[in-house]
Design a binder for this molecule. Structure first.
Ligand code: 0PR
Length: 386
């Protein structure tokens, strides 16, 4: 810090120069991110309400009401208008809240959680924080969790099963109806991680596409993560956690007595938290409506198919699996996928690299010209390496 502050204009200039090395969604080079340029209306709204703090809902009861309405809207999208929940900092916090709830509800001495090997690493964080043992289950030939293995792994220590609705690496949906049956039969908490897929899967049906069902219509499902700051076009931070009803979160609720409006029962991980996030998400849902989101998903799915078809036509690479949502996994049988990724990155493509495949996410900021340019480079690289 300087002794004497610098003028604002000089600082804006400095910030712009300093941030020049950052990637931008506008450049079209970001093909490996699950986030995107926030919708301009959401940005406008967000910036106007930065002072709102939902950590003290009595000071901002009207903002708290908008958050409740957002949760209701998500609830009806996910077949349960009575859902209870919060707009949180992201999928990580949402997943931690779900497992925290499951652990405390179960009231056991040992705590095991069953989930697939392709579950997001936020569950590893949750396990470390909450003292849970994760039992990771292998995948079937469709890259879903192996249901039989889940069933066989249940013990009296199992406090939760996690199902994925849109895995991070391939966008695959686990067999949620079966998981729900298993969870009900064994009286175990079932959490669904739809952090990414939650804003895609409900709109596929509108487009006449196969959409695996994953939501509260299955009675075993206790909670769902659904993140507005991924495919929801909301400014960061905006994750979402929904519980089947308000009673489920009781074991993690904190009664806070000293707030201005009296006692509050708060069941979030963080205290002070952004009200602007909830207001911006509310505004976006009202502005875009289901049709608006369906249009966003349609565009992304068209790009996904163009990409998938392009990959099929390039010698040396192939699809890991047919994409369900706007995530494409590219593998190679003959070439080293790590090498391909390195060459792509040299050419300026920001792609994600998993142990055996490259992941491309066709996001709202992606254009057809970006996909075509990427395919041209991929063709050239595989030719060179082949
Ligand atoms: N659950 C799933 C299925 C996810 O894919 C992610 C994040 C999370 C939970 C955690 O969400 P938060 O990151 O909001 O806490 N998946 C992305 C990923 O790992 C996160 C991401 C986003 C990474 C943008 C890079 C990036 O540029 O790919």
């Amino acid at each position: 810090m300087y002794e004497k502050g610098l003028p604002k204009n000089a600082l804006f200039q400095k910030i712009k120069t300093r941030l020049q090395q950052d990637s931008t969604y506008r450049s079209g080079r970001i093909l490996g991110s699950m986030c995107t340029e926030p919708h301009s209306f959401a940005k406008q709204v967000y910036m106007q309400f930065l002072e709102k703090n939902l950590g003290d809902p009595y000071l901002f009861p009207a903002t708290a009401e908008l958050e409740r309405e957002v949760i209701q809207m998500f609830g009806s999208l996910l077949s349960n208008p009575n859902a209870y929940g919060y707009i949180v900092s992201g999928g990580t916090e949402a997943n931690i809240l779900a497992l925290w709830t499951a652990r405390n509800l179960a009231k056991r001495k040992k705590h095991e959680v069953i989930l697939s090997v392709s579950s997001h690493f936020s569950f590893d964080k949750a396990a470390d924080l909450l003292g849970l043992k994760l039992i990771k289950i292998e995948l079937n030939n469709r890259f879903q969790v192996d249901i039989k293995a889940v069933e066989e792994t249940i013990t009296s220590n199992t406090v939760a099963i996690v199902g994925n609705a849109g895995t991070t690496d391939l966008g695959v949906v686990d067999p949620i109806p079966e998981l729900s049956k298993i969870a009900l039969a064994n009286d175990i908490y079932l959490h669904i991680d739809a952090a990414f897929g939650g804003f895609v899967l409900p709109f596929l049906k509108n487009l006449g596409l196969p959409a695996p069902a994953f939501d509260f219509r299955f009675p075993g499902v206790h909670s769902i993560t659904i993140d507005p700051h991924k495919m929801g076009l909301a400014p960061i931070p905006a994750g979402g956690i929904l519980f089947r009803d308000t009673s489920i979160v009781e074991p993690i609720g904190m009664k806070v007595s000293y707030l201005a409006g009296g006692e509050a029962n708060l069941a979030t991980l963080v205290g002070t938290r952004s009200g602007a996030s909830s207001i911006a998400v509310w505004a976006l849902l009202m502005h875009l409506g289901r049709a608006g989101y369906a249009a966003v998903v349609k565009r992304c799915m068209k790009l996904t198919w163009t990409l998938a078809e392009g990959v099929r036509q390039i010698d040396g690479v192939s699809l890991v699996t047919q994409p369900t949502i706007n995530i494409v996994g590219i593998k190679s049988d003959g070439l080293d996928v790590q090498l391909i990724a390195r060459e792509l990155r040299k050419k300026g493509w920001a792609i994600s690299l998993f142990p055996h495949h490259i992941r491309i996410v066709a996001m709202p900021h992606t254009k057809l010209s970006h996909v075509k340019a990427f395919l041209d480079d991929l063709r050239e690289i595989t030719k060179k390496l082949g």
